[in-house]
Write a protein that binds this ligand. Structure first.
Ligand SMILES: Nc1ncnc2c1ncn2CCCCCNC(=O)c1cc(-c2ccc(F)cc2)cc(O)c1O
Ligand SMILES: [Mg+2]
Length: 214
C-alpha cells in the first residue's frame, strides 16, 4: 500500500540528515516540506521565533501538546540545557511511531519523553507519571479547539507557576479564537503576538506568547 506523508518525511530525514545532528534533521524536514510535500510542522519561519522564546526562557521542564512528526520536539530539545526534560503528547499512534524515529535520528531520545494519548486525559497525570511539579514552557500545537480547555486544565492541576510561558502555534491559521479571547483578556496572563506565516506558505499565521502571572 502507498506510504503515508509522515513515512515519506521520515525517509527524507534518514536520507538527508546526519545521525545525532538535530539541526540537520530540522533542515531536512524543512527542505522536504518546502520542495516536496507540505506538512503541518511549525516550520522554519515560526521556528526561529520558537527558538528565541526557548533560548530566552532556558526552561528545565517543557510540555509540548501535539508532536506530529517531532519537528518542533527536536527543534526545542536541541536548545535545552543538559538536565532539562521535554514531555511531548501525541494522540495519533501513527504520528507517534514516526516521531520516535525522527527523535532517535536526532539523538535526543534521552531528553524527550513522548507519551501517547489525549491531552485532556494526560495533563492531570503529568505530576504522577513524570514527577514534574510545574512546566516552565508549554508549546501548544495540537487540536486547535483543545488549546483553551487544556490551558484551564493546566491551571487547575497546578502545572503553571508565576513566569511559566505558554507559546501557541496557529492562532490565526487554522485559528484558535476562543483561546486568544481568553488569554488576551485574562488578568492572569501577559500576552504578545508574533506575526508570521503559516509554515512554508505566504498565508498569515502567528505565535501567541503568554506569561502566567500566578
Ligand atoms: N495529545 C493530543 N490531544 C489531543 N489532540 C491531539 C493530541 N495530539 C495530536 N492531536 C491531534 C492534533 C493533530 C494536529 C494538530 N495540528 C493541526 O491541526 C495544524 C493544522 C495546520 C493546517 C493549516 C492550514 C491548513 F490548510 C491545514 C492544516 C497547521 C498547523 O501548524 C497545525 O498544527
Ligand atoms: Mg501547528
Amino acid at each position: 500500500t502507498r506510504s503515508t506523508r509522515p513515512q515519506r518525511l521520515l525517509a527524507a530525514v534518514q536520507k538527508n540528515a546526519t545521525r545525532g545532528d538535530p539541526r540537520s534533521v530540522v533542515r531536512a524536514i524543512d527542505q522536504f516540506c518546502r520542495h516536496k510535500e507540505w506538512a503541518m510542522n511549525v516550520g522554519d519561519e515560526k521556528g526561529c521565533i520558537l527558538d528565541s522564546v526557548v533560548s530566552e526562557a532556558n526552561p528545565t521542564y517543557v510540555l509540548e501538546l501535539g508532536t506530529y512528526c517531532g519537528y518542533s520536539t527536536v527543534r526545542i530539545a536541541s536548545l535545552l540545557s543538559p538536565n532539562s526534560k521535554l514531555i511531548t503528547v501525541e494522540f495519533n499512534p501513527e504520528y507517534a511511531k514516526i516521531a520516535r524515529q525522527v527523535i532517535a535520528w536526532a539523538g535526543l531520545q534521552d531528553k524527550i519523553n513522548l507519551v501517547e494519548g489525549a491531552s485532556g486525559d494526560l495533563i492531570p497525570k503529568m505530576q504522577e507519571m513524570f514527577g514534574v511539579k510545574t512546566f516552565d514552557l508549554v508549546f501548544l500545537d495540537h487540536w486547535k479547539d483543545r488549546y483553551l480547555p487544556d490551558t484551564k486544565l493546566m491551571e487547575k492541576c497546578g502545572l503553571l507557576r508565576k513566569g511559566s510561558i505558554l507559546l501557541a502555534d496557529n492562532v490565526i491559521c487554522p485559528g484558535t479564537p476562543d483561546y486568544l479571547e481568553y488569554i488576551r483578556n485574562s488578568p492572569q496572563y501577559e500576552s504578545q503576538y508574533f506575526k508570521s506565516h503559516l509554515e512554508y506558505t505566504k498565508v498569515e499565521d502567528g505565535l501567541e506568547k503568554s506569561v502566567f502571572l500566578g
